[in-house]
Write a protein that binds this ligand. Structure first.
Ligand code: YXS
Length: 259
């Protein structure tokens, strides 16, 4: 059974993440279907993509599939991790991807949403960036996505508390473009997509790629990169990392000891 529903109409492609039983946890299987759908949209010269969950959902996505995180000794968010693959696929797709957000957005799903080009959410949407809740050392590119979207004090609050922020705060921060009620959001997002489709796809795809390259342009010395990777390794090699994953699967609160 497919984990997504796709539709194309007037050069607009829609992907509905539909693994409701697992709250659209971003498993390798779900991500594989999404990236395959994006490949198909690219071949069809789709000019705008809408990424969403089923209408009325309480959870847009529960983030990385925790059961697929490595048990330790390996970077849980390395280059080829499915979550990283999905975020790059969205950011490198040659047309705008619009996130239609209803419900809670958790963990790595926040970065998926923030990797989209335009975000429209319902008043009930929330955003929680949760690596600290699991003992995960978020990766360099992921933190750059967060830093490019959220002022540092709020990014730190979200990363350090792992608590959800309301969509009103996300709108104030400019993380979300618009907030629309559930009974209006679909037609509103479709209207935005139609206005994009009416413009030059070449101009838009090149400007999207220019903005991606410019927003990720940072001078990082080899020493800085190696120091950051060494720090991250301390975390994913730690007992706390093991405890975070175990606590999640055992459905209990973690007891972090700082080692
Ligand atoms: O018990 P069953 O088998 O029915 O499965 C349950 C959950 O275990 C499963 N599920 C997940 N499985 C793998 N990975 C997940 N992230 C995940 N989230 C949920 O889905 C079934 C239904 O979940 P349940 O009963 O909790 O649903 P609910 O409606 O009561 O609560 C929905 C949520 C989203 C509030 C709750 O499921 C939740 O708090 N999920 C975890 C959210 C989270 O912490 N995500 C971060 C994942 S780690 C990640 O994204 C990055 C690595 S990082 O941490 O760095 O940001």
């Amino acid at each position: 059974m497919s984990l997504i529903i796709t539709e194309t109409q007037n050069a607009i492609g829609t992907i509905v993440m539909n693994h409701v039983a697992k709250r659209n946890a971003l498993s390798e299987a779900l991500i594989g279907e999404i990236t395959t759908a994006l490949d198909g949209f690219r071949e069809q010269a789709i000019r705008a993509v809408v990424l969403r969950a089923p209408a009325g959902t309480k959870v847009w996505s529960a983030g990385h599939d925790v059961s697929e995180l490595p048990s330790g000794g390996r970077d849980p968010l390395g280059w080829s991790d499915p979550l990283r693959v999905l975020i790059r696929a969205i950011q490198e797709f040659p047309a705008p991807v619009l996130a239609l957000i209803e419900g809670g957005v958790w963990g790595g799903a926040c970065e998926v949403a923030m990797g989209c080009d335009i975000l429209v959410a319902t008043p009930e949407a929330t955003f929680a960036i949760t690596p600290a809740k699991l003992g995960v050392p978020y990766n360099l590119g992921g933190l750059l996505t967060v830093m490019n979207m959220i002022p540092l004090p709020v990014a730190k609050e979200m990363l350090f508390t792992a608590q959800p922020i309301p969509v009103s705060q996300a709108l104030n921060l400019g993380v979300v473009n618009y907030v629309r009620p559930a009974d209006e959001i679909e037609s509103f997002v479709h209207g935005l997509a139609e206005s994009i489709v009416a413009n030059s796809p070449l101009s838009i795809s090149v400007m999207k790629e220019e903005l991606r390259l410019l927003s990720s342009a940072r001078s990082i010395t080899p020493e800085l990169f190696e120091r950051i990777q060494g720090l991250r390794r301390i975390v994913y090699d730690s007992q706390d990392y093991q405890e975070g994953i175990a606590a999640f699967s055992e459905k209990r609160k973690p007891r972090f000891l700082g080692r």
